[in-house]
Write a protein that binds this ligand. Structure first.
Ligand SMILES: NC(=O)c1ccc[n+]([C@@H]2O[C@H](COP(=O)([O-])OP(=O)(O)OC[C@H]3O[C@@H](n4cnc5c(N)ncnc54)[C@H](OP(=O)(O)O)[C@@H]3O)[C@@H](O)[C@H]2O)c1
Length: 336
């Protein structure tokens, strides 16, 4: 019997490891999320009819979230600062789904205007009567070296990405605890888990979000039907580089390279919705070679820092040479 067991272990274990290794080479998300996408609930069945509030819905990931959620049959609140862009997104949702005009509320919202968040939340509840899911997606990135960056930029990043998100969450959460259910999903980043050059303030704001929501989750253990989920994407196609902060407030990014090499927005958003439908608490979404770094940072940080330093040096060199900082890492565009 012992001999039989040893033989099974001898052959099965390496075979299992080999299969996982092969899967990992082609993976674009962590194993929990990929397993959910293969064997878990489908977003269309779980999210149909739910009321979902998406911030940052006027472009990029938020815009794509609106399209895919509309196709799932979710009722939507679309928020950002640009009303005309939100109306464009709403129109496209109506044309590509079975939703009716009253199923989509365009609600302009500035995350920086924290005093308006209570009134905005009331407007949503008045329209739909409930909020099932809040997706904290709105935010801005950074492209500048620490030594050259004004402290005002650091303040602006924390005010927008961290405090704006915390403020809106604090308005919506009491409604969810009262009902005993709901989901707060926050788009963090790979740099919410690790660091990256040219993004000291951005990374700090996303680390702050990770700390806040990881702590909040443990505070809400009496509410098992409330999901607190953080999403940590790697590079994804969007307007994020165009809109990034630089050394000074209001100074635009000068070099924006082609974003075609990044993960297609549709794939990132599909995985996010799978994660939400299956109650995944933290999602790592990135193509290789980025995905391997999430695992290295988690399980072998000393080795990860050595490799990160090498890549980081190249990134800073690109930036100082006036190139798009990412350009050294990619060669061919990805199609959706
Ligand atoms: N793309 C990536 O590679 C990547 C990777 C990791 C994480 N993320 C995160 O993904 C989220 C979405 O970014 P994205 O990539 O889709 O970039 P994006 O295309 O630039 O979208 C950013 C969104 O945030 C909104 N926004 C900016 N400032 C705002 C404010 N003061 N109040 C309310 N809304 C505001 C923008 O709308 P208005 O200008 O109309 O207000 C826009 O809809 C961000 O949190 C970002 O940090 C992105």
């Amino acid at each position: 019997m012992d001999c039989y067991l040893m033989c099974v272990l001898w052959y099965i274990l390496p075979l299992g490891l080999l299969i996982h290794l092969l899967c990992f080479i082609f993976a674009d998300a962590d194993f929990t999320l990929l397993r959910a996408s293969l064997m878990g609930h489908r977003p269309e069945s779980k999210l149909k009819g739910l009321v979902v509030w998406v911030t940052g819905a006027s472009s990029g990931i938020g815009e794509e979230l609106a399209y895919q959620l509309a196709k799932c049959g979710s009722r939507l609140i679309l928020s950002a600062r640009r009303n005309d862009e939100l109306n464009r997104v709403k129109q496209h949702c109506l044309e590509t789904s079975n939703l009716k005009d009253e199923d989509i509320l365009v609600l302009t919202l500035d995350l920086l205007e924290r005093t308006s968040h209570e009134e905005k939340t009331k407007a949503v509840i008045q329209h739909f009567g409930q909020i099932d899911i809040l997706i904290n997606n709105g935010g801005r990135s950074q492209r500048s070296l620490c030594l050259e960056t004004s402290v005002d930029v650091y303040q602006a990043l924390m005010e927008l990405n961290f405090l704006g998100t915390v403020s809106l969450t604090k308005q919506v959460l009491p409604h969810m605890t009262q009902r005993g259910r709901g989901s707060v999903v926050t788009v963090s980043s790979v740099v919410g888990l690790a660091g990256a050059p040219l993004a000291t303030g951005y990374s700090a704001s996303k680390h702050a979000l990770q700390g806040f929501f990881n702590s909040l989750r443990t505070e809400l253990t009496d509410f098992p039907k409330i999901l607190i989920s953080t999403v940590c994407p790697g590079p994804v196609q969007s307007q994020i580089v165009d809109n990034a902060f630089t050394e000074e407030l209001n100074k635009p990014v000068t070099t924006v390279g082609n974003q075609g090499h990044k993960m297609p927005t549709s794939r990132c958003v599909h995985l996010m919705l799978v994660g939400i439908a299956n109650g995944v608490k933290e999602m790592w979404i990135a193509q290789q070679p980025f995905l391997v770094f999430y695992y290295l940072w988690q399980y072998a940080p000393s080795f990860a820092w050595t490799v990160t330093d090498l890549l980081g040096r190249k990134r800073v060199q690109n930036f100082k040479a006036g190139l798009d900082a990412d350009s050294a890492y990619f060669s061919k565009p990805k199609t959706s």
